[in-house]
Design a binder for this molecule. Structure first.
Ligand SMILES: [Zn+2]
Length: 368
C-alpha cells in the first residue's frame, strides 16, 4: 500500500506542477455535446465597437480620483463578442470565454456578474485583472449610473477577483467581501501567485494589476441586504477550493456558484475535494432558485448543477471501483473516459481528466 500511495502521490505532484501554468483548463474552446438546454437569457447589450467601448472605458478611468496606475494596455476589446446578458429582473452576467488565460483573451475567462438595486450596484467576480475590471465598469455604466457599493469574490482563484483593483479605483468606498478562508489564503501568498500567474499566461496583458484582497467576511448562511436586494452566502467545506462561497440573489432566485459548479468547461480540482464538491452541488440543488450562474460557461437552470454533479460523481465512484480492482490511475483513464461521453467536448477535458482521476485516487486513499 505504501508504494502504491507513493506512486499516486508522485503522479499527482507531477500533475500539479504541470497544471500550474495551465491553471484553469484546456486551450481549445469547444461547445458542449451535453443535451441540456440552458435557460435562454435576454440579451440587453450587443458588444460595442472597439471605439465606443474604449471611449466608455476611458471615461470611467478619468472619473476615478484615486486612479494611480497608468493604463498602458488597451482594454477596449476585452469583452468584444461577449454581450451583457440580463438573466433575471436585477441580475446581469457577461459570460466569458472558457479557455485558459492567454494573450488573446487577456485573461478574461470567467462570468462577471452585477445586480442593480434601487440605489446601488453589487458586483460578483469582476475577473482576472484591473483591465478586465475596467471593461466591466464600462459595461455597468451602459445599464445604470448607480454606484458600485458591494463586491463579492466567490473564491481565491485569481481569474475571479483580481478585477477588484479597477472597482476600488473607481469606487474607493465599496466594500469587498469573501469567505474568511479566501481572505486568509489570499493574504498568505495566493494573491501574489495569481498576479504573477496571470501576467505570465497573458504575456503582460494584466500589467499593473494589484491585489485588492477583500476584508469583509461573508460566512455560511449570512445575508447582506443592499437596498431592495438580499445576497445570501452559502459555504460548503472543501468543495472546489475550500474558499468557495455560493451567492444567492434571493429576490431574483439566482445562484452564483463560483467554480463549485462549471458548465462546458472543467476546472482544476487540486485545491478541493470531490466529496466536498459533490456535497456542495447537492446542497445547491435544495435551494429555492431558478437561475444558476456557473463559475465558467453559460448560465441555465438547476440542470447545470445536476450536470456537473454527475461529472464529479462519475469520476469519483469509478475511480473507487477500479482502485478496488487494484488498477493505477493511468490504467483507469480509458474506462472512465468512456463513461463521460457527455463531457468529452467540454473545454479542458483532455487536460484535466487524468489529473482529476489522480486527485480522486489520492482522496480515496486518504479516506482509508
Ligand atoms: Zn476556481
Amino acid at each position: 500500500m505504501t508504494s502504491r500511495i507513493t506512486r499516486i502521490t508522485f503522479m499527482a505532484s507531477s500533475l500539479i506542477i504541470a497544471s500550474f501554468l495551465t491553471a484553469c483548463g484546456d486551450k481549445k474552446p469547444t461547445s458542449t455535446t451535453d443535451t441540456i438546454t440552458p435557460t435562454p437569457s435576454v440579451e440587453i447589450s450587443t458588444p460595442k465597437t472597439t471605439a465606443e467601448t474604449k471611449a466608455i472605458t476611458e471615461a470611467v478611468t478619468e472619473e476615478s480620483t484615486t486612479h494611480t496606475v497608468a493604463n498602458t494596455i488597451d482594454t477596449s476589446d476585452i469583452f468584444s463578442g461577449y454581450a451583457t446578458q440580463k438573466i433575471a429582473d436585477h441580475t446581469y452576467v457577461i459570460h466569458g470565454p472558457t479557455e485558459i488565460p492567454n494573450p488573446k483573451n487577456k485573461g478574461f475567462m470567467n462570468n462577471p456578474g452585477f445586480i442593480i438595486t434601487d440605489k446601488s450596484v453589487i458586483v460578483i467576480d469582476p475577473g482576472s485583472s484591473r483591465q478586465i475590471g475596467q471593461a466591466l465598469l464600462a459595461r455597468i455604466k451602459e445599464v445604470t449610473s448607480n454606484p458600485i457599493t458591494h463586491v463579492f469574490a466567490t473564491h481565491v482563484h485569481g481569474d475571479h477577483w483580481l478585477g477588484n483593483h479597477a472597482i476600488k479605483n473607481a469606487y474607493p468606498k465599496a466594500a469587498f467581501y469573501a469567505h474568511p478562508n479566501m481572505i486568509e489564503k489570499a493574504n498568505n501568498g495566493e494573491a501574489d501567485m495569481w498576479i504573477k500567474n496571470m501576467h505570465a499566461l497573458t504575456e503582460g496583458a494584466t500589467e499593473g494589476t494589484k491585489a485588492i484582497i477583500p476584508n469583509q467576511e461573508s460566512t455560511h448562511e449570512s445575508s447582506k441586504t443592499v437596498d431592495n436586494m438580499t445576497i445570501k452566502t452559502h459555504f460548503i467545506e472543501k468543495a472546489h477550493s475550500n474558499t468557495d462561497i455560493m451567492l444567492e440573489i434571493v429576490e431574483d432566485k439566482v445562484l452564483f456558484t463560483g467554480d463549485n459548479i462549471t458548465y462546458t468547461r472543467l476546472p482544476r480540482m487540486r485545491d478541493g475535494t470531490f466529496k466536498g464538491n459533490i456535497a456542495a452541488a447537492d446542497y445547491a440543488l435544495t435551494l429555492n432558485i431558478k437561475h444558476v450562474v456557473p463559475g465558467h460557461g453559460p448560465s441555465g437552470g438547476k440542470e447545470i448543477l445536476q450536470s456537473y454533479r454527475n461529472y464529479l460523481s462519475t469520476v469519483y465512484e469509478n475511480t473507487k471501483i477500479l482502485m478496488e480492482e487494484d488498477l493505477e490511475p493511468f490504467e483507469m483513464k480509458a474506462q472512465i473516459v468512456k463513461k463521460l461521453a457527455n463531457y468529452k467536448d467540454w473545454s479542458g477535458f483532455e487536460e484535466q481528466i487524468g489529473k482529476h482521476i489522480g486527485l480522486a485516487a489520492l482522496e480515496i486513499e486518504a479516506d482509508f
